[in-house]
Ligand binder design. Sequence first.
Ligand code: MG
Length: 372
Amino acid sequence: MKITSVKPILVGRSLLVRVYTDEGIVGTGEAGLWAYHRWVYEALRELSDYYVGKDPTRMEHHFQVLSRETHFMGSVLSAALSAMDIAMWDILAKSLNKPVYALLGGKVRDKVKVFANVVGETVEERAESARRQVERGFLSLRTTPMLPDFEKQTPTKVIKDAVAIVAAIREAVGDEVDLGLEIHRNLGPDQAILLAHELAPFRILYYEDPLVPESIAALEYIARHVHLPIATGERFYSLHQFKELIDSRTVSMVRPDLSLAGGFTQVKKIATVAEASLVNVFPHLMGSPVNIAAYVQFAAATPNYALMESLDADTHPLNAIVNQPPILENGYLLVPDRPGIGLDLLDEEVGRFPFQDRTITGWFATDGSVAH
Ligand SMILES: [Mg+2]
């Protein structure tokens, strides 16, 4: 089998790729560098010169050639290679009439646990949002414990509000529901430590991205001082970065993004490195139902998979562009037995969802300096 063409597609807030073969099998993948989809779109167009004429079932070989030819790496190239890897696994699995999970070692779970986001602009709205998500069947919730314009507040007020939000959610949903906190890289090391101390009594499942991702040394500093399990890694894009993170013994969960950190081929290795250190995998997921479907295959076959985002899969606006939207039931995504990643793109529907570009605006503190 040979690849005959590679077609990147900007749709809604997502970047997909369709990979065509001379046997008529078409694979679909998605790229996860969501802030820079147009750049990855161009990377996929450039890379098509390499891929056309190649065997799509040699995923690892293609990754090795393209990542090691010049050793210029980075998130743009990684996102493009990830989308191609997902599409090539889709092709291989479809050619064998098997789901991708069957080729990754087989199912280790029957359904995939996901969490729901708790949102709201006031403490009361957060409590109400949490209650509603539990009524929908979710047993795992996540919130960012900050109110609008927190960048303009003092650290003392930010911590006070965070404690009020978490206390209100716990009060609303009780103690049998998991609650994780997404800090979105918004705190400095000392603030992260102070906040974690105050939140310790609320039975927090994970403390996600308390710091900017640049320094594992800074993460080691806060990990020595806090007693909340730390989850991080959604901006990392290579096996080697994850190895260093896992070896630092600072994290309970790593957050590789299948559509950024190398697709099934590389993220399966990241999961294995994590497994050997008793670290769980909490994949970072954004994007369309194509990504959701691919992640379901990965989670189904990964023993140390812990959790991922639901992305409101049942009501996702781009469900209209696929033939088999993912099925979300009572806080779990179902694992389809269909070939490949379990769905196909409805090419004729794609044009109904023009690409929504993202503009760079920045986040600023009261004095005009850049926050976060
Ligand atoms: Mg995050």
